[in-house]
Write a protein that binds this ligand. Structure first.
Ligand SMILES: *[C@@H]1O[C@H](CO)[C@@H](O)[C@H](O)[C@H]1NC(C)=O
Ligand SMILES: *[C@@H]1O[C@H](CO)[C@@H](O)[C@H](O)[C@H]1NC(C)=O
Ligand SMILES: *[C@@H]1O[C@H](CO)[C@@H](O)[C@H](O)[C@H]1NC(C)=O
Length: 598
């Protein structure tokens, strides 16, 4: 994205209009090009149309401005860091903790990845929008109650909050000014104590936040590279040593991932026959032809303990940057993290010694940024707990790859299916309890190219079901099931213009649905989130960068649990919000759904 090219490209765009009449209508919104040069009357505030304000109508007990930093030329620089001190009149415990990140851009800039750590514990992975105008700004709020023990440690021991955002002013002038605040709440704050719903991903797997969170990250995090590990390719694994308390009775490994460089658009990659032919040495193949399948996984002392196929998060500069101005793509402001319940493996970890935790990304290309938090619950009534693995059933995913290409045109498909089961017991003051972890994965990616490369269709099915059950003997005590369904479709048609630029029309459908079912004895509660976006528009690409474009995006976000129903619908077009409606009632919600569908 480089709007400074607008001037240079004016003649090019005019040529385009003259030469494409046979193939496409002159791009709608073309007249806005003139405005663009003077910076258009576009909405400066970028928004993420998801959850309502975390705690509407409630005043925090205190709010602390933690860090303020201008990110100008920060490539290769260590994270920005600030010492923390808790206001004495705002002591723990807190019923809710909310993180607020506010950012503004001084001028046009590319989209960037950023993360925030509390004493090395990652609490947010986020992307910046593509600021198309000086003064673009946005805010990300996230319920971080799940990380309460890390925040408490921060408050008790004057810890450090750090943020990394690698930005550069060599090409574009935009400087990102960020400020981080933490809001602390006390008293009754939620009608549903079972779900401290993170934003926008609902996890709700664990009622009480962990007693301790151990960063499973780059040890030299405060130095240049930051806390995240860089994974270069599928042969690369990264590892660190972790020691956990000997009285742990439950442990959950939370993975954060983002993809960059050759893998920034991995979900769009065709699987080229040439790549298949060279599987013995895939690195010889051209990048970006290895298909649209990735799996991030973790191992302890070399033993595989679980993995996830990441949900696609479309970065603001991706597919068509004009789709994402001023609305953020699903989960782009608050990228999902992935939980692996490793309680069945505690038997390997309770000896009071360090153990190796390692990560990798199957089929990856340069490069992925991966980090993890180990959430640990300890038994204060015991000095040591005991544990043992009873069943380990982890066959590799069944992956089928098919490709049929003739020159540019053809089709490829990757199917993946898998079923995992880990069972382990932990004996603590709570008794000898068994944890059963089951995961089912169903994935399909299809890429089709026609008309000598001019028409491309990408389709993805990504479904997962994760069940964690707690048993005492044969008796079920509690069970939580998380079902995720994240389909995506992208259709693109391109026309080469006489001047060498490419005019591209794109249509996108993307959805993230998550259903969490929690049962304890007779009580069952269900929470459903459906986040959907439909977008279409065009862009003019010069050397792969969008230099002109338009886009319209319809976003709808629906959250429902036993007590709440919330919907938000936002339509944006041409850089402006056309409407933004919210409703706290499911009845109204149905009507609105009908109206917008007709
Ligand atoms: C710019 O937007 C504002 C607010 O939406 C509106 O009041 C104003 O008329 C717009 N100006 C132009 C030139 O379109
Ligand atoms: C934090 O405090 C330590 C000493 O307590 C000091 O050396 C360091 O410079 C401080 N860091 C910042 C960012 O102020
Ligand atoms: C806990 O139960 C499992 C079987 O359910 C058994 O194998 C294990 O020995 C028990 N552990 C203790 C400490 O009793």
């Amino acid at each position: 994205m480089n709007p400074k090219h607008f001037l240079l490209l004016l003649p090019l765009v005019l040529t385009l209009c003259l030469t494409t009449t046979a193939t496409t209508t002159a791009p709608k919104g073309f007249s806005r090009l003139g405005d663009k040069l003077k910076f258009p009357n576009m909405t400066l505030e970028h928004l993420d149309p998801t959850l309502p304000p975390v705690l509407p109508g409630q005043t925090p007990r205190c709010s602390v401005l933690v860090l303020q930093h201008d990110f100008a030329n920060t490539i290769g620089a260590p994270p920005a860091a600030a010492n923390y001190s808790q206001p004495p009149d705002c002591p723990a415990p807190w019923t809710r903790i909310v993180l607020e990140l506010s950012v503004s851009a001084s001028a046009i800039q590319k989209d960037r990845i950023a993360a925030i750590w509390i004493d090395g514990v990652e609490v947010l992975r986020t992307t910046t929008p593509v600021p198309m105008s000086p003064g673009a700004f946005w805010k990300v709020t996230k319920d971080i109650t799940r990380y309460a023990s890390a925040v408490r440690r921060l408050a008790d021991y004057n810890g450090v909050v750090s943020m990394m955002l690698e930005n550069s002013n060599t090409e574009l002038p935009g400087v990102y000014s960020a400020s981080i605040s933490i809001h602390f709440y006390r008293g009754a704050v939620s009608t549903n104590p079972n779900s401290f719903s993170t934003h926008p991903t609902i996890k709700g797997l664990y009622k009480e936040p962990a007693d301790l969170i151990i960063p499973v990250t780059n040890e030299n995090g405060f130095n240049k590279a930051g806390f995240w590990f860089t994974i270069q390719n599928e042969a690369d694994t990264v590892a660190t040593s972790i020691q956990i308390p000997t009285n742990t009775y439950r442990a959950v490994l939370e993975l954060f991932v983002s993809y960059h460089g050759d893998d920034e658009f991995w979900y769009n990659n065709p699987l080229r026959s040439s790549y298949l032919d060279k599987t013995s040495n895939p690195k010889l193949s051209t990048p970006r032809t290895n298909g649209a399948f990735r799996q991030v996984f973790a191992a302890i002392d070399g033993k595989f303990v679980g993995g996830h196929i990441p949900i696609v998060v479309i970065y603001p500069g991706s597919i068509n940057p004009f789709f994402w101005s001023p609305v953020a793509a699903i989960a782009a402001f608050d990228m999902p993290s992935y939980d692996l319940d490793i309680t069945p493996f505690l038997g390997m970890l309770l000896d009071g010694r360090p153990h190796e935790f390692s990560f990798g990304v199957h089929d990856s290309q340069p490069y992925w940024l991966v980090g993890a938090n180990l959430h640990v619950w300890v038994d204060v009534w015991s000095d040591v707990t005991q544990a043992g693995l009873m069943d380990y059933n982890a066959p590799p995913l069944k992956v089928n790859r098919n490709a049929a290409w003739r020159n540019q045109d053809g089709q490829s498909e990757i199917d993946a299916e898998g079923l995992l089961r880990f069972i382990g017991w932990v004996s603590s003051s709570k008794g000898n309890l068994t944890t059963v972890v089951r995961q089912k994965i169903k994935f399909k990616s299809q890429v089709e190219v026609q008309n000598r490369g001019a028409v491309k269709q990408v389709e993805m099915i990504n479904k997962g079901r994760m069940t964690v059950a707690l048993m005492k003997g044969n008796q079920g005590l509690a069970r939580v099931q998380l079902m995720v369904d994240a389909p995506m479709q992208v259709q693109t048609s391109s026309v080469n213009t006489a001047s060498g630029a490419v005019f591209q029309k794109t249509r996108l459908y993307h959805q993230l649905q998550e259903i969490v079912e929690l049962s304890e004895g007779q009580a069952v509660s269900v929470a459903t989130l459906t986040d959907r976006q439909d977008a279409d528009g065009s862009a003019l690409l010069h050397e792969g960068e969008a230099v002109w474009g338009n886009g319209a995006t319809r976003s709808s976000y629906k959250f429902r649990d036993d007590t709440t129903c919330y919907i938000r619908a936002v339509n944006t077009a041409g850089g402006l919000v056309q409407f933004d409606t919210t409703s706290g009632s499911c009845l109204k919600l149905g009507e609105e759904g009908k109206r917008s569908a007709s």
